[in-house]
Design a protein around this ligand. Structure first.
Ligand code: IFM
Length: 431
């Protein structure tokens, strides 16, 4: 009999993701807010989606769409607005958020840091400061002491390598640095911050009754292909990018140390501090080699310049390449840890295209799961149209449309069609 589709496991997590600064609104005490006031972004985040006040309404929508999980982040600058002073009010708010998720049958997946940092932390040098891992772990410990009994999935850091790239190598995000030396220093502090946070979470929750707590990171992954497949130089740069961008952070956390002569060396307090790996997948880049000196080895992207194979793109110009999800999930299966798709989504003005994107990616994911990949869930980015960092509110990623002026929510057709899949757990190969 010809197989027409695939049934995901009954325990599979289905849902969507958001992050504090992108949806809550009025996060006035973090580095991004300050950065926005200097006019270096298309528009400031302002009230964003007013999710701080409207989370109940938003979770009801998620429930009506047959989601059974939801990823969101705590805003560090609200929880610890001044160094060492924790806000009971903010922590209680997040407890309400988690309770509301549970009341709606949504498993909370909680990110502890999604790019933004408190102004006081930025003022001390941010992640460049040698104290940064300890400061991060102190905040994590307090947050988990308050909320730990109610959360099973913790994500310490969102896309640490993207953060280093945007904030410390190309200077597009705060603090606007352009230095690979600083970039590598921040990377090693983020790694250490994760390990200390992992220990803090395990230390606090080990004493609590209930289900085992799982700690991971949300790792942004990209499929890299050579601009000229015949060029060994291009293939070399593809390998370097894949290693540096996709794998290094994970390998370092699993092994507890990483040593690439002349490039990067870090020794962590200990090994094996990941219980699952979160994957954020969006696109493929074509790469060509630029030389063999520092940074040149990673090559440059020729996607926009001249490559012919390139398929459709989203409204930010990123190529849509569903097969990449299959390839990456297979590649990351080698770590023998559960994989959670913590982000996958499209910004587009065509809702038809959004559903096609979801359907094709889920078909690829289903194929990987059928072949034994240990994937435990899929969270679409994003539940709501929201603040897309330097690109402002124009890119529309949401399953739910948000009216900029009235803040009214409207469920998109793609969300309804995705909800049929999450309800039944079934994806057909060729609808
Ligand atoms: O909006 C971002 C999110 O904050 C991190 N991952 C990628 C998304 C789309 O760019």
């Amino acid at each position: 009999m010809v197989e027409t589709g695939f049934l995901f496991p009954k325990t599979f997590l289905w849902g969507a993701a958001t992050s504090s600064h992108q949806v809550e609104g009025m996060n006035t005490r973090n580095d991004w807010w300050e950065w926005e006031q200097t006019g270096r972004v298309k528009e400031p985040s302002g009230r964003a989606c007013e999710h701080w006040d409207r989370f109940r309404e938003d979770f009801k929508l998620a429930k009506s769409l047959h989601h059974n999980a939801h990823r969101f982040s705590l805003e560090w600058s609200r929880v610890e607005p001044e160094e060492g002073k924790f806000s009971e009010e903010a922590l209680s708010h997040y407890r309400e958020v988690i309770r509301s998720l549970r009341e709606n049958g949504l498993e909370p997946v909680v990110t502890l840091n999604h790019f933004t940092v408190p102004l006081w932390f930025a003022g001390q040098g941010g992640w460049l400061s040698p104290r940064s891992p300890e400061l991060f772990a102190r905040y994590v410990k307090r947050a988990v002491e308050f909320l730990g009994g109610e959360v099973r999935f913790w994500i310490t850091l969102n896309e640490p390598v993207v953060y280093v790239f945007k904030s410390y190598l190309v200077g597009e995000w705060p603090p606007g640095e352009r230095s690979y030396k600083k970039g590598f220093r921040v990377l090693s502090h983020l790694l250490r911050g994760h390990v200390l946070a992992y220990d803090a979470i395990k230390g606090v929750t080990g004493a609590l009754p209930g289900r085992p707590v799982q700690v991971g990171v949300a790792k942004h992954v990209v499929i890299f292909h050579a601009c000229s497949p015949k060029s060994w130089r291009d293939r070399f740069s593809v390998g370097m990018r894949n290693l540096m961008f996709n794998h290094l952070f994970i390998k370092a956390l699993i092994r507890g140390r990483i040593f690439y002569p002349g490039l990067f060396h870090v020794r962590l307090p200990r090994a094996r501090t990941l219980d699952f790996i979160g994957l954020n997948y969006y696109t493929r880049d074509f790469v060509h080699n630029e030389g063999f000196r520092m940074l040149e080895i990673f090559g440059d992207v020729c996607t926009l310049k001249h490559h012919r194979e390139i398929g459709k793109r989203n409204s930010l110009g990123w190529e849509i390449f569903p097969e990449g999800l299959y390839q990456l999930v297979k590649e990351f299966s080698r770590y023998r840890l559960p994989l959670l798709i913590t982000e996958n989504g499209i910004c587009t003005d065509s809702d038809e295209e959004r559903f096609e994107f979801i359907r094709k990616h889920l078909a690829c994911l289903g194929r990987a799961v059928r072949e034994g990949a240990p994937v435990i869930g899929y969270l679409y980015w994003s539940l709501l149209d929201n603040f897309e960092w330097a690109d402002g509110f124009e890119p529309r990623f949401g399953l739910v449309e948000v009216d900029d002026v009235t803040q009214a929510r409207r469920v998109r057709e793609s969300a309804r069609r995705f909800s049929e899949i999450s309800k039944t757990g079934r994806i057909s190969w060729n609808e």
